[in-house]
Design a protein around this ligand. Sequence first.
Ligand code: KIV
Length: 250
Amino acid sequence: MPKTVADLREMKGVEPIAMLTVYDYPTAMALDACDLDILFVGDSLAQTELGLSSTADIGLDQMLHHLFAVARGVKRTHLLADLPFGSYETPEMALEGAKRLLDAGAMSVKLEGPRYDVVELLTANGVAVMGHVGLLPQTARRYRRQGTKVESAARIRKQASQLESVGCYAMVLEFMSHETAETITADLTIPTIGIGAGPACDGQVLVSSDMLGQYESVPSYVRKYAHLYEATKKAGAAYREEVKRRCFPE
Ligand code: KIV
């Protein structure tokens, strides 16, 4: 059975949460068999799947298109989906969008930044929300590590605590000083899930296309667990060769 939000909360201090993004049906089927805790249809699909330059370039309909496919492949893992840029400008818009994500198969939703009013309305309506602080790709102008200065560390720390108090069940800490992530992890009673935020977080998330090696160039904090870019090139070249030499089909 997929983990519930309560199960995930109880993992804090007990067992690290393992989370990966996923954007398509075959990858969803394979990753669903890995006993991960959370699979996540992130808006990073704008870049990783659609070749766009920013996560701000996609909307709810594109998220839903991918979520429907992923949900068909995920049976055992908690399925989380992003509210994309522009879909939570008001709490009411967010509620409408979140309901569409839940109807498409998500068990909880994630949004970026200090949107306390939105989290309040969603949780009051029974929608489980994961927060996200630190680097916020939907609005960031530069890809720079956050929380490295005293003031910015204090600001992120305050945002994380307030997001917890309005009802978030977990919190992504993206690309921030490891010390700041460690302090926030100690501050909160809900689990933190880090990406480029160091080892002290209660869990880790990576973009699956990065860790599967679908791209040659990846952020410095990524570890590649496969090399699909090379494998795909090798397979494509071998196929071409066999067609040209009339070795395939036999
Ligand atoms: O969309 C995404 O991939 C994310 C991760 C950075 C957590 O939000």
